[in-house]
Design a protein around this ligand. Structure first.
Ligand code: ADP
Ligand code: MG
Ligand code: MG
Length: 874
């Protein structure tokens, strides 16, 4: 039997997400549960993958299966596709495994043509509605299938309304809408050079093709990169019989959540519009009513809706986000999915679901996206500064948090401003998926139109970006790049502030402060800690960082970058003095002055760690980073240091390298200038001895030698470290345990990890450099071409953010195996950027690292990701 590519809703169920996409699987599951679902069928994600394999063609076999399913649908509905009197109309909807709201395209009312629209008018007894449905179909089909922008149709519609002196669509009569249909068709002919397709099967196949194509449109590709969704998954296509919320005042359509997606509070939360078709709510074109109003408008439909919503939540054991339509008082569900939510809501819902007995702790752990926890740790407004600020307006608090920054009116300007280092607020009439990069660049988003479930609101909540939507009071002049609010005009580049939790808008730059963490947070994180086996450390360079990190749950410091200590104002002159020294004696004298600073820092960090381990890395960057490069600056520094300009310039020039990242840095510095390693080791050991004496706590320093690629260079530097450490310990007359290890960040170190492990008591994978050197992409310059790589589907994600498991990952795995073979009790960790990235953390778990280390703000992310890694790999 040949493979099946098309499934009726009644043939499938919720477990088939990978094959049928989330929407299709859930429509099938709801059908199975007996909910009122307009029936239909799903063309599988495998058909999509095949479509691409076959050079963007739908094979005859699959076409035949689609037609056979259409015939079954005709039987179920008792209507005929393409019938001139009572035509079966369908929607064609995308739906991938992971929900990508608004990222791909939908066509409604498909199956209408010039003839059947008249039959449809008679059958429904509502010509106005029939022509409205047809003009919507033409518009959506042209947009989705032919790439003819919606805005062009809207312009035509506006012109017709204006010519008749109408303000809104509802004033248009059936005859007016006939005129609109003709004008839309003319627009189509003008652009396509052919008539609008009249043959329904042809319409259907074209729409299915277009949905497959939309899987690779630019906004979908960007969205996938942001959410770690592989391009190989493909999208399914759902073909579903239409129900109509736009049949008059006993019809309507809406979107609702079973709990509040901003706060997590229990209780139905949503919006609906009377006499409207689904896209009107989602697109945010009209501002909808709260769903509780439905109780007055149609009490029976409301009661039924509430009953079924509860049933769905209990069934899926999670907060549901549902789309529904009421056609002449009869309720239908069009979609359900686990709802997107803010981090705050995610935690509350996860904890509540466990307390309500709806799910286990382990199930609850899987319901929170680790990356989202970031949001909880983001700033709020300073209370006093906020109280002193004037409120100029307010609108819907669509996504919480505080944002202050400079105003930009389109995505490109926003992205450019962010690149210049500005804090950006994106102000739009309404957002659309093309704005996604600009939204990502923004601290906050303000829109003039749209409700709590508009595109801007949904996407901003997912990103954790503050958003205020539906602010009808602002008047935007896009051409002049200004807006007015409360009598004040704001121009591009002016500062404003948005409070995404209250919806209030301020026309000034208000100070923000760090957030506080709720009780749900520690409870939930405790559950994660009970499950995970990977330890989580932080990358921290100062006592303050350590205090932060420990508060967020760090179990140690995985990377203390000592050079960061040298950049502070009181130390920089001393390290510079060291660099310009001509003799070892001079250098040692300069270093001696640095010891007290390093020691004090280390002591502060050991104390804050109270016995937790700390890995200290010896000096890593090339020395030129500590000296100015501009002539004027060199001149000034020479004067300060009592040197001639020429002498200092000569030093700067002698340090110049064509390729500093591959130059004189890491352990190579200690090979040339052993006295630097001596000074640093002394500071590390003395600090430990003193803290043990003063505080009575345990300290086991881990001294890390960076950038080794050859075991002999490691052995050389290690000898210096050990000799110095032993000397200090003997001087002090104490006992102290310490470890000496290395970073694995040069491919050669991974390849010879067994030899390296003979000298190293621990490895820490420096995956930033390891990625740089494995790909041969400069960390600092790759941004310039990576965009082209994403666009051309060469890379799906930034290998510096998400560990490349196929290539770089092999080196990591090899080093783990070889390292353990040479030294079974070797300690293994990661300290690159990847230590805070959930998918990379799962990899670290699988290859058997002991810990990950990441920036303090990402520690909670790592704790949860590590727990999920255990649950995913059971
Ligand atoms: P998205 O994934 O962007 O939400 P959908 O496929 O859910 O796209 O469809 C967009 C809108 O069209 C939704 O609001 C939905 O309610 C409406 N819609 C889709 N299919 C039908 C249908 N068969 N009958 C009525 N409305 C529909
Ligand atoms: Mg939807
Ligand atoms: Mg490095």
């Amino acid at each position: 039997m040949s493979k099946k590519f098309v499934y009726m809703f009644s043939e499938a169920d919720g477990s088939m997400k990978n094959l049928l996409g989330g929407k299709g699987a859930n429509l099938a599951e709801m059908t199975k549960l007996g909910l009122p679902i307009p029936q239909g069928f799903t063309v599988s994600t495998e058909a999509c993958t095949k479509y691409y394999e076959d050079g963007k063609k739908i094979t005859d076999e699959i076409t035949a299966e689609i037609k056979a399913s259409l015939a079954k649908l005709e039987e179920i509905t008792g209507k005929t596709f393409g019938d001139n009197n009572r035509p079966l109309l369908v929607s064609v909807r995308s739906g991938s495994r992971a929900s990508m709201p608004g990222m791909m395209d939908t066509v409604l009312n498909l199956g209408l043509n010039d003839v059947s629209v008249e039959g449809f008018a008679v059958a429904t007894g509502n010509p106005r509605f029939a022509y409205d449905s047809y003009r919507r179909f033409i518009q959506m089909f042209s947009d989705v299938v032919k790439g003819l922008p919606k805005s062009q149709f809207e312009r035509v519609l506006d012109e017709i309304k204006e010519s008749k002196g109408f303000e809104n669509d509802l004033q248009l009569s059936a005859d007016d809408l006939k005129e609109v249909v003709e004008a839309f068709k003319a627009l189509y002919v003008k652009h396509e050079g052919s008539e609008f397709p009249q043959e329904p099967v042809e319409q259907l196949m074209a729409a299915i093709n277009a949905v497959f194509d939309s899987w690779n449109n630019e906004r979908a590709v960007i969205y996938r990169r942001m959410h770690d969704i592989p391009g190989s998954w493909g999208t399914a296509v759902n073909v579903q019989s239409m129900v109509f919320g736009n049949m008059g005042d006993t019809s309507g359509t809406g979107v609702a959540f079973t709990r509040n997606p901003s706060t997590g509070e229990r209780g139905i939360y949503g919006e609906y519009l009377l006499n409207a078709q689904g896209e009107d709510v989602v697109a945010g074109i009209r501002t909808p009513e709260p769903i509780t109003r439905l109780e007055n408008d149609m009490p029976e439909a409301y009661a039924e809706f509430m009953r079924l919503a509860t049933k769905l939540e209990n069934h899926y054991k999670d907060m549901q986000d549902m789309e529904f339509t009421i056609e002449d008082k009869v309720l239908y569900f069009l979609q359900t999915r686990n709802g997107k939510r803010t981090a705050q809501a995610a935690l509350k819902i996860a904890v509540d679901l466990v307390e309500e007995g709806l799910c286990t702790k382990e199930e609850a752990l899987m319901k929170v996206d680790p990356k989202q926890l970031d949001q909880l740790l983001h700033p709020n407004f300073d209370v006093e500064a906020l109280a002193a600020a004037k409120v100029y307006g307010s609108a819907l608090p669509a996504s919480p948090g505080a944002a202050a920054g400079q105003v930009y009116f389109n995505a490109d300007d926003a992205v450019a401003a962010k690149k210049r280092g500005e804090r950006v607020i994106l102000v739009r009439l309404e957002t659309s998926p093309e704005d996604i990069e600009g939204m990502d660049a923004a601290q906050g988003i303000l829109t003039a139109r749209g409700g709590m479930t508009s595109h801007a609101a949904v996407v901003a909540r997912g990103m954790g970006t503050c958003c205020i939507s539906g602010c009808g009071e602002i008047k935007i002049n896009e051409a002049a790049k200004t807006f007015t609010l409360g009598g004040k005009t704001v121009a591009e580049g002016d500062f404003i502030s948005l409070d995404g939790s209250t919806g209030k808008i301020y026309l000034e730059d208000i100070k923000t402060v760090d957030p506080e963490i709720s009780g749900d947070f520690s409870k939930f994180m405790g559950w994660a800690d009970d499950v995970r086996t990977l330890k989580v450390r932080a990358n921290a360079d100062s006592p303050k960082d350590v205090i932060n990190a420990v508060e967020f749950g760090a179990e140690g410091v995985g990377l203390c970058r000592t050079e960061h200590m040298f950049f502070e104002e009181d130390r920089l002159p001393k390290i510079r003095q060291m660099i310009v020294s001509n003799t070892v004696a001079e250098r040692e004298a300069a270093l001696a002055e640095l010891i007290p600073f390093q020691k004090a820092d280390f002591k502060g960090m050991y104390k804050a760690l109270a016995g937790k381990p700390m890995t200290v890395r010896l000096l890593d960057p090339p020395l030129h980073e500590f000296l100015p490069q501009e002539e004027g600056d060199i001149r000034e520094l020479a004067k300060e240091m009592g040197l001639t300009f020429e002498a200092l310039k000569e030093t700067v020039e002698s340090l110049h390298e064509f390729n500093p990242m591959l130059g004189h840095r890491g352990c190579r510095l200690a090979v040339t200038y052993p006295e630097i390693a001596v000074m640093q080791t002394r500071a590390i050991i003395e600090a430990a001895v003193e803290v043990i004496a003063e505080e009575g706590i345990d300290v086991i320093p881990e001294i890390m030698i960076p950038l080794a690629g050859e075991v002999k260079e490691l052995a050389y530097v290690k000898n210096i470290v050990v000799e110095t450490a032993e000397k200090v310990i003997a001087e002090k007359g104490v006992k102290l345990k310490y470890l000496v290890g290395t970073m694995i960040e040069i491919p050669r170190a991974a390849l010879t990890a067994d030899l390296i492990a003979a000298e190293a008591e621990f490895f820490s994978f420096g995956t930033n450099d390891l990625t740089q050197m494995t790909f041969g992409y400069s960390r600092d310059d790759a941004g310039a071409f990576l965009d082209d790589y994403y666009k051309k589907s060469i890379l799906e994600s930034d290998p510096f953010a998400r560990l490349d498991q196929t290539g770089v990952g092999q080196l990591v795995e090899m080093a783990v195996v070889k390292g353990r073979s040479a030294r079974p009790d070797i300690k293994l960790g990661i300290c690159g950027e990847h230590g805070g990235d959930p998918s990379s953390i799962e990899f670290c778990h699988r290859v058997g690292l002991d810990y990950v280390s990441c920036s303090p703000f990402r520690v909670p992310i790592a704790r949860l990701a590590a727990a999920q890694a255990v649950l995913n790999n059971r």
